[in-house]
Structure formats: structure tokens, C-alpha cells
Write a protein that binds this ligand. Structure first.
Ligand code: F6P
Length: 480
């Protein structure tokens, strides 16, 4: 295969754009905001980068094109492929398997076949885009077979892989009928990054048990064959973050601060505002959170309308059955709590099934006394970091599940086990009644961590380690 011209290529399931289909089928693309794209923009711009990904809509055929700072390289997926690769194998097999089997994963051979075929398609696109000796950074669980497929096509390039979600313990991972293929796919990379050290060690343990390869500390030796020498694959944690300074700046603007005051007025000027912000996903523990809040109302520890909860649940994966069921469950529970404890014009739970722009999110964070992050399992949880970055006033308290990646870093949060309803109730009340002085002390320490460990540092760390990985021998590739 002939090589491309881009020194750096990012491969992710989604392109960093929102696509709108106009009348007559015309397409328009708008850059979608996100930490990853912000962190990578400088390197993409200076090195003529390309981003390979799906547009998020089926059956869209678009040739690579230039965006603000990089080339966008769309990968086409048919409706049937979206069902098998994205909704099926990625989000109804791998997602629940990698999140502690909170719901049962489904294993279907047809989905696996589609997943493998689509991973090969992404690998082929990356191989066409990357320049000789270039760097390819592959992202997330949807694309775990890409590193090995790409290495087979382009042995001259450096390949990094970052898993944004947890990597499960061996005992759970081995349920997957295609466990060995997944490990071999990932071992095509030079560097495999995870959110937590625990994820990296889960992966290394699976490598040892399923392949018998030699694992020493964070390194795996993959034997070469024919003229190819042995390779070393490194696996370690690189906890992801947000664009902390930008978020901090945004939250400090007079417009956001004014909007935060207005939000409290719109809520009826309660004494206590509890906030939950999540994609509507069963991993986020939204039902556990609502149950806990309902019990605090029942016990009379919190009394509406002086206390209320705001829950933003942004729509997600709405064609996957488990997500539909969750939505029904959450909405029935919200209705029940409001029926029992709401009064005219004063809901106990303000529930919004929408996404909001960052400005509105920053205002909500600024308005909330207590932020509730109750995930049952979460790779990182960037909402917790956004809340901290938004609180330059050193106010507010963060209640954080110990099952998030963020819990490793945000040690001054009030830690909870969301399955322990009594324990969570006690921590919420501790947050509600905490002195201003203690809030300030905890928030200062949380902010120190979030502001010094931002997404730029994360990307630089990962790419720095990848650059240090041993170069592969020159190939006979000609620039295309
Ligand atoms: O955390 C994994 C992830 O894929 C994120 O990258 C993404 O923001 C989220 O899950 C939702 O993903 P999607 O809407 O593509 O399924």
C-alpha cells in the first residue's frame, strides 16, 4: 500500500464535527467542541495532521477535506454496519463487559464479524493517510483491532492506542469469545494507554494469561518473525483531563455568573441545590442517585422546596435497548419523587433530557451547592473535573464515586460507594452541612490538581512516550 502525507493521524470512532443534512441532501459540517480536539489542535496544525473517523450518520460518502486545523478523513458506515459495529458490538457487547457487567453483555457472532470488518476499514483509511515513519494515535474500545491491522499494512509507523473506558479484570474479560483477538489487536500498538493504573494491570494480566507472552513491569515483548525483530509494547496509565484553564475562564465570565444567579432564581431560590450531569447511561448510577435523594426527602433530612435536585441527562445511544429501558426507569422515578414531594411550581427534581452548551453547563456548576457523581463504573468522569474547574470561588462540594477514574486524583472529594445508599446519604448530608472553610480547603486542593493536570498535559505525555518508543526498521514504502 502506498503511504500518505500526514505525519500525525488520529483515528477515533467519531470525527470532531457535527453533520447536518440539508434539503436536497446537502451536507454541512461544524466543529464539535471537545477536550480531545482542543488538546490535539496545536500538534495537528503544526504537523499537518489528519483525523480519521465516522460522521455519526449512516451512509454518508465524503472524500477527505480540510477543516480549520486538520484534514478530516470520513469513514463510511452503512445503517446495517452502524447496527452491528456501533450499537451492537461496541455498545451492547464491549461497553457493558468493560463496565463491570452492570447489564448483561450480548455476544453475537454477526456483530463480531461487522466489528472486525469495520476495524479493518478504519485501519486501511489510517494507512492511506499516514506519511512514511509517521505517528498514528488510535482511540477507544470501538477500534481495538486497528493497531494490529494497521501494523500489518504499515509496519513503518508508530502506533499509540488509548482506551477511554475501563479495562476489565481478567475474570470478566475472559467471558468474551473473541478475547484473544482483542488482545492481539491491541498488541499491534507500541504504546497502550489507560485511564487508571488498575486498567493497565488488568490488561497486562490478560496478555500474560491469554497469549503467554513475556510481560515485565509495563512492557510486553512481542516476538518478531521473518525479517521483523522483536517488538516491545508498553502499557501504562495516562489519566485524561479537560481544558481546565479554558473552563475556568469561561465560568468566571460575568455572563456565566449572571446566568448562575438566574438559575437559582428560576429554581425558586432554594437553600440547597444538588446537581447531577451525565449522559443517560446505566454506568452513571442515576437510578441509585435518585433513590438516595428520594430517601433523604422521605426521612425529612432534606425538605423541598428548600432543597432541590437538578438532573441533566443528555440523550445517548437511544437505539440500544438497555438505554431505552434506563430512560423509562429514570423518568418513572423522577415522576414518582415529584408526585410525592413536589408542589405547584416547585419540583423536587428538575429533570432535563437535553444537551446544553458549555456556557450553560458552567453556569449550572457555578449554581450548584453539591455535585453528585455516582457512577457504578466510569473510565474517568470529566464532569467531576469540570465542576472543580468552574469553582474559582472555592464554593461547592463534590460527592464522587470511588468507581470513577477521577477518584484516583480528586482525593479531596467526598468519596462514596453508590451501592451503599446509607453511606451515600450520610456523605450528601456532610456536603450539605459542610462549613465554608472546609469547602474552600477541599476545593483549593481539587483545583490544584485539575488546573495543573489538563488535557494538553495528557496529550503531551502520551505523545512524548510514544515518540520514545523504539523506531521500527525503515520500510520500502513510497510516498503516495
Ligand atoms: O467514553 C467513551 C465515549 O465513547 C466517549 O468518547 C464519548 O463521549 C461517549 O462515550 C459517548 O459516545 P458515543 O455517543 O459515540 O457512543
Amino acid at each position: 500500500m502506498s503511504a500518505g502525507t500526514h505525519d500525525v493521524v488520529v483515528v477515533a470512532n467519531r470525527l470532531p464535527v457535527d453533520v447536518t443534512i440539508g434539503e436536497g441532501g446537502s451536507l454541512s459540517f461544524e466543529r464539535s467542541p471537545g477536550g480531545l480536539v482542543t488538546a490535539l489542535a496545536p500538534v495537528m496544525e503544526s504537523q499537518g495532521g489528519a483525523w480519521v473517523g465516522w460522521t455519526g450518520k449512516p451512509d454518508i460518502d465524503v472524500a477527505p477535506f480540510e477543516d480549520e486545523t486538520m484534514t478530516l478523513w470520513p469513514v463510511r458506515l452503512s445503517e446495517q454496519e452502524v447496527a452491528g459495529f456501533y450499537e451492537g458490538f461496541s455498545n451492547a457487547t464491549l461497553w457493558p463487559l468493560y463496565h463491570d457487567v452492570i447489564v448483561p453483555p450480548e455476544f453475537h457472532r454477526a456483530w463480531w464479524n461487522t466489528y472486525s470488518a469495520i476495524n479493518r476499514r478504519f485501519a486501511t483509511a489510517a494507512a492511506q493517510a499516514v506519511a512514511p515513519g509517521g505517528t498514528v494515535w488510535v482511540h477507544d474500545y470501538q477500534l481495538q483491532l486497528v493497531p494490529a491491522a494497521l501494523r500489518a499494512l504499515r509496519p513503518d509507523v508508530k502506533i499509540g492506542f488509548f482506551n477511554h473506558i475501563p479495562f476489565p479484570p481478567l475474570e470478566i474479560f475472559t467471558q468474551l469469545p473473541w478475547r484473544r483477538q482483542i488482545i492481539e489487536g491491541l498488541l499491534g500498538a507500541d504504546l497502550v494507554g489507560f485511564q487508571r493504573p488498575g486498567d493497565a494491570s488488568n490488561f497486562l494480566r490478560s496478555v500474560r494469561r491469554l497469549t503467554g507472552l513475556q510481560v515485565r513491569g509495563p512492557q510486553v515483548t512481542v516476538p518478531g518473525h521473518w525479517s521483523r525483530p522483536d517488538r516491545t509494547v508498553r502499557a501504562q496509565a495516562f489519566p485524561i483531563s479537560i481544558d481546565s484553564a479554558a473552563f475556568d475562564r469561561l465560568a468566571r465570565t460575568p455572563e456565566v455568573q449572571e446566568r448562575a444567579k438566574q438559575i437559582r432564581l428560576e429554581l425558586g431560590s432554594p437553600e440547597v441545590v444538588l446537581l447531577g450531569v451525565d449522559r443517560l447511561d446505566y454506568t452513571k448510577g442515576i437510578s441509585h442517585r435518585l433513590k438516595t435523594f428520594g430517601e433523604l426527602l422521605e426521612d425529612g433530612q432534606l425538605r423541598p422546596p428548600e432543597a432541590c435536585m437538578v438532573q441533566v441527562a443528555s440523550p445517548s445511544r437511544e437505539r440500544v435497548e438497555q438505554y431505552r429501558q434506563l430512560r423509562d426507569e429514570v423518568e418513572v422515578t423522577v415522576g414518582r419523587i415529584n408526585g410525592d414531594y413536589g408542589t405547584l411550581g416547585r419540583a423536587a427534581v428538575h429533570y432535563m433530557h437535553h444537551s446544553y452548551p458549555m456556557e450553560e453547563m458552567a453556569a449550572l456548576y457555578s449554581a450548584a451547592d453539591v455535585m453528585l457523581v455516582t457512577s457504578l463504573r466510569d473510565g474517568m468522569n470529566l464532569v467531576a473535573k469540570e465542576y472543580v474547574a468552574a469553582r474559582s470561588d472555592l464554593g461547592g462540594a463534590l460527592v464522587l464515586s470511588e468507581f470513577t477514574g477521577a477518584a484516583d486524583e480528586l482525593t479531596q472529594a467526598l468519596m462514596i460507594n453508590p451501592h451503599d445508599i446509607n453511606g451515600t446519604k450520610a456523605k450528601i448530608m456532610q456536603a450539605v452541612t459542610m462549613s465554608t472553610q472546609e469547602k474552600r480547603r477541599r476545593m483549593r486542593s481539587l483545583r490544584r490538581r485539575v488546573l495543573t493536570h489538563d488535557v494538553q498535559r495528557w496529550a503531551d505525555d502520551f505523545l512524548g512516550y510514544l515518540a520514545m518508543s523504539v523506531p521500527t526498521p525503515p520500510s520500502d514504502l513510497r510516498p503516495g
